[in-house]
Design a protein around this ligand. Sequence first.
Ligand SMILES: NC(=O)c1ccc[n+]([C@@H]2O[C@H](COP(=O)([O-])OP(=O)(O)OC[C@H]3O[C@@H](n4cnc5c(N)ncnc54)[C@H](O)[C@@H]3O)[C@@H](O)[C@H]2O)c1
Length: 430
Amino acid sequence: MPTADRRLDVVMVGGGMITHDQLLPSIYQLQRLGAVGEISICALNGPPLRALATSPTLREAFPRQTFTPYPDFNQVTDEELFPHLYKEVVGDLPPRQCVVVAVPDQMHYEVLKVALAADQHVLCVKPLVLRYEQAVEIEKEAHQRGLVIGVEYHKRFDDRSLIARHRYRAGQLGEFMAGQSRLVEPWYYRHSNFQNWLTLKNSDAFTYIGCHYVDLVAFITGLRPVEVSVYGNVRKFPNGNEAFMWTDGRVVFENGACLNVLNGLGYLADGPGGNSQGMRLFCEKGDRGGIIDHSDDFRGVKHGFDAADGHGYQEPNPDFFRLIDLGGEGLTPVGYGYRSVAYTVNAMARVERETAGLAEPQALKKRQALLQEYDREGIMATPKNSSYNELVMEAGRLSILHGGRHVVIRYGERPGIAFKNEFEFPNYGD
Ligand SMILES: NC(=O)c1ccc[n+]([C@@H]2O[C@H](COP(=O)([O-])OP(=O)(O)OC[C@H]3O[C@@H](n4cnc5c(N)ncnc54)[C@H](O)[C@@H]3O)[C@@H](O)[C@H]2O)c1
């Protein structure tokens, strides 16, 4: 639970699926708890904002809460587009509030730049940006201004991830050597806005979805990824656009461990769960083996009724994000999707609380010290502690566009990626 005693006003840029399903209900809950003040939401046009304002789910959970829409969907036609309106709305926010970035991946960088220029803390959905050098630029600018940038990798806030991380780092599970991960998103994604942008030239299933488990394995083990190769199976969206709809990636970590990363947009529509996901990591220590095995789709809950309403049998995930009746008004969000947002907003509020009343030079120094603490702790993903994700995405794109060629990641003074020299395969002897 956040304990902020300073309310942050929030501007959310992007009013799509993730805003409806996770971010807005979390922000509403923080408003209910007194951690958040005014809420505004910007979208490209009116319809998504109307959908949020009239959503039966959100109305039931937060009957008395609302937000200011930009544009005002009652004043404009549905066809009018407002691609730059968010800049004014963010610019009008008093400094050191909170901007939530929830627009398509390729727009994150420009919205982050606008938010930083307006002196705002930022909660950004994954991936932060698409290029490593952009992540470094964002990190430096945020540090100079003493602003929190939290990247919303919510799997980190699943208790099972934190338990595994704690035990792994205490040496109780051995050292990761080889593993498999799988995240296949639902079929209906093919019929959504994805068909307009998740196309061959922009992205692929590995880039869009694979980062979750790559980040999680690095989060648990502390190991950095150093080599990537990705195969893509090209299929068509309903509108005819082509995409790397199914991908199989191999990520090698700095200790030689390898992770197989299977991704796709294609979990069967009639399946009992929301998607297919999980990971199995095999470890070693001395003459003994270890294992971390998470079933992240079926979590032991089965609901069903032979009703004619089409819901049938389900295996719901109770742990990600649910709105439950805990008494009081409306419903209460629970789960790691909520905890992730609350943690980040609380981290921003703490920076403001602990520097309130200080003269500017001291306040900035203290803010920067807190940012370094967040970077070092590594619980919340920041540009500094998670930019290996951008390197992996860049490497993955290069690989998939070249038939799965191996791409290496170099760290040190000037991190970057390059094709693996094909003549440098290890020599295992005769
Ligand atoms: N598991 C996760 O962490 C997770 C899950 C889903 C989505 N996401 C990320 O969230 C982001 C958004 O995904 P989504 O599924 O909500 O997409 P979406 O297509 O449903 O929504 C995108 C929203 O951005 C708005 N938008 C576009 N251009 C804009 C502009 N110029 N100004 C203001 N608003 C603008 C659109 O109006 C729309 O409301 C993506 O980066 C995606 O990768 C993360």
